[in-house]
Design a protein around this ligand. Structure first.
Ligand code: GDP
Ligand code: ZN
Length: 453
C-alpha cells in the first residue's frame, strides 16, 4: 500500500454536479503539469487552463491549483483540477492525465490512498485520518462538529498528553531499577502513586469522551423484538414518523428486517424491526427469523415489546432473547397498546414502560429512556468522534494502568512489573494515533475509505 509513484482520482462524489475535482499527488508533479498545460503553474494560485486531448481538441476549461510539497494535504506535490462535474467529462480528464502522466508512473489511487500518504508523511496522525472519513460520513450536525474537532487534533492531543505523562513516570521508575536499595523510597519520593492516580483519572475521562464519541459516530443499533402482533412495526413507524414497515393484524406479517435510521437528540438510531419471533414452517418467514437473531446478537440495545394478552408467548421469548444478547447489552421492556388497558392496568408488570404505538402515549418518555439506557450524556461542548478501535485501545490501556497500580501498591520488588505495565498502557494509547500499530491494521483502516479520499 505504500507506493511512491504519483496517483490520481476523482475527489468528488460520482454523478452530475456543478464542479468535479480531479486530484493528483506525487513527489514531483512538475513534469505532469508541463505535459498537461505546456507551462508551469504558480503554486497556490487558482489558474484557468484548457485541457486538450491528443488531437488538440478541448476537453474542458478548468481551474488548476498546484500545492508544492510538503505544504499540501498529502505532504507531496498536489495538483487539483476543478473541472465541470460531469461523469463522462471527468472520465476523459482522468484518461488524458493518465496518458500524459504515464512516463512518470501516474496510476489510479486506491481507496484512502491520499489520506494514507498524508498519514505516512506526518500531515495527520491516524486518529485524525480516521476523522476525515468520519467527517465525510457524519450523520448529524453533532457528529460533523465532533469529527471536525477530532480532525483538528482535540482527541489526539489528549492522547499524546497522557502518553507523555506515562512515559515520564516510566522513565523515572526504570532509572530507579538500577539502584535496588532505593526502590523502597522511590514510590514516595517520586509521588508515583499520586501521578498514577492522575493518569487513571485522565484515562477515565478520555474513555467517557470516546464512548460518547462512538455513539455520535456510529449511532445505536436498536433492535425491536417481541412476539408477533405486539406492535413492533407500529412502534417503528411511530418513532420514524412515517410508514416504513407494513402493519397488519395478521401475525407474521413482518417477514424480514426493516431498518430505519432516525435521530433522537442528534444521535443516529438504526432501528431494526424484527420478524415476529416464533416457530414457523414457512421457509421465507424462517429466514427472516434467523436474520432477526443475527441482529439481536449485534445490538447495542434491545427493546422487548409485549402487549396485553400476549404475556404467555412473550415469557418464553424473553428468556431466549436474553440468552442471545451480546454481553452488557441492555434490554428495555415495554408494554404496548396502553390504550386498550384502561380497564385492567393491574395486569402490567412493574418497572415496564407503558406505551401506545397507536396514540403515541409514552413515546417521548421512551425516547428519553433510550438515550439514558445507552449512556448518552447529551450534546457536549468539546465532543469528539471515536471508533470501536479507539475504545478497545483505551480499555486495554486502562487494564494495564490498573495492574500497574497493584504493583505500585506492592511497593518493593514490583517496580519492574510496574514499569512494564506502564509500557503496555502507553503502547495501546500509541495505537490510537498510529505511532505504534500492528502491521495489518493500517491497510485495514484505509481500505475502508472511499476512492479519492
Ligand atoms: P408486529 O407484528 O409486532 O409488528 O405488530 P404490528 O405493528 O404489525 O401490529 C399488530 C396489530 O396491533 C395491528 O393491527 C396494529 O394496528 C395493532 N396495534 C399496534 N400498536 C397498537 C397500540 O398501541 N394500540 C392498539 N390498540 N393497537 C395497536
Ligand atoms: Zn411487524
Amino acid at each position: 500500500m505504500t507506493r511512491k509513484l504519483p496517483i490520481i482520482a476523482v475527489a468528488t462524489a460520482p454523478g452530475k454536479a456543478g464542479v468535479g475535482v480531479v486530484r493528483i499527488s506525487g513527489q514531483n508533479l512538475k513534469p505532469i503539469i508541463k505535459a498537461l498545460f505546456q507551462r508551469d503553474l504558480i503554486p497556490r494560485q487558482a489558474t484557468l487552463r484548457s485541457l486538450l486531448n491528443a488531437n488538440g481538441q478541448l476537453i474542458d476549461q478548468l481551474v488548476a491549483i498546484y500545492f508544492v510539497a510538503p505544504a499540501s494535504f498529502t505532504g507531496e506535490d498536489v495538483l487539483e483540477l476543478q473541472c465541470h462535474g460531469g461523469p463522462q467529462l471527468l472520465e476523459l480528464v482522468m484518461r488524458r492525465c493518465l496518458e500524459l502522466g504515464k512516463e512518470d508512473g501516474l496510476e489510479i489511487a486506491e481507496p484512502g490512498e491520499f489520506t494514507l500518504r498524508a498519514f505516512l508523511n506526518n500531515k495527520v496522525d491516524l486518529a485524525q485520518a480516521e476523522a476525515i472519513a468520519d467527517l465525510i460520513d457524519a450523520q448529524s450536525e453533532a457528529a460533523v462538529r465532533g469529527a471536525a474537532r477530532s480532525l483538528q487534533g482535540a482527541f489526539s492531543d489528549d492522547i499524546n498528553d497522557l502518553v507523555e505523562e506515562i512515559t515520564q513516570l516510566r522513565i523515572l521508575v526504570e532509572s530507579t531499577l538500577d539502584f535496588p536499595e532505593e526502590e523502597i523510597e522511590f514510590l514516595e519520593n517520586a509521588q508515583a502513586r499520586e501521578r498514577l492516580a492522575a493518569v487513571k483519572t485522565k484515562l477515565q475521562t478520555l474513555r467517557d469522551g470516546a464512548k460518547q464519541g462512538k455513539i455520535l459516530r456510529d449511532g445505536i443499533q436498536l433492535v425491536l423484538a417481541g412476539a408477533p402482533n405486539v406492535g413492533k412495526s407500529s412502534l417503528l413507524n411511530r418513532l420514524a414518523g412515517e410508514e416504513v414497515a407494513i402493519v397488519t393484524p395478521i401475525a407474521g406479517t413482518t417477514r424480514d428486517r426493516v431498518k430505519e435510521s432516525i435521530q433522537i437528540d442528534g444521535v443516529p438510531m438504526h432501528i431494526i424491526d424484527t420478524a415476529g419471533l416464533r416457530q414457523t414452517s414457512d421457509e421465507v418467514e424462517a429466514k427472516g427469523i434467523e436474520r432477526t437473531w443475527e441482529a439481536i446478537r449485534l445490538a447495542d440495545l434491545v427493546i422487548f415489546l409485549t402487549a396485553p394478552n400476549a404475556e404467555k408467548e412473550s415469557d418464553d421469548l424473553r428468556a431466549q432473547i436474553l440468552e442471545a444478547l451480546p454481553p452488557k447489552c441492555p434490554v428495555l421492556e415495554l408494554v404496548n397498546k396502553a390504550d386498550l388497558l384502561d380497564k385492567e392496568p393491574s395486569q402490567i408488570k412493574m418497572g415496564c414502560l407503558l406505551i401506545s404505538a397507536k396514540t403515541g402515549q409514552g413515546v417521548d418518555a421512551l425516547k428519553q429512556k433510550i438515550l439514558e439506557t445507552v449512556g448518552w450524556n447529551g450534546p457536549q461542548e468539546g465532543a469528539i468522534v471515536a471508533r470501536r478501535r479507539h475504545l478497545d485501545c483505551l480499555e486495554r490501556a486502562s487494564e494495564h494502568i490498573a495492574r500497574s497500580e497493584q504493583f505500585a501498591a506492592n511497593g518493593n520488588n514490583s517496580l519492574e512489573l510496574f514499569a512494564e505495565e506502564l509500557f503496555l498502557a502507553q503502547n495501546y494509547l500509541g495505537q490510537i494515533t498510529g505511532k505504534l500499530l500492528p502491521d495489518d491494521l493500517l491497510g485495514k483502516i484505509f481500505s475502508q475509505f472511499c476512492i479519492g479520499k
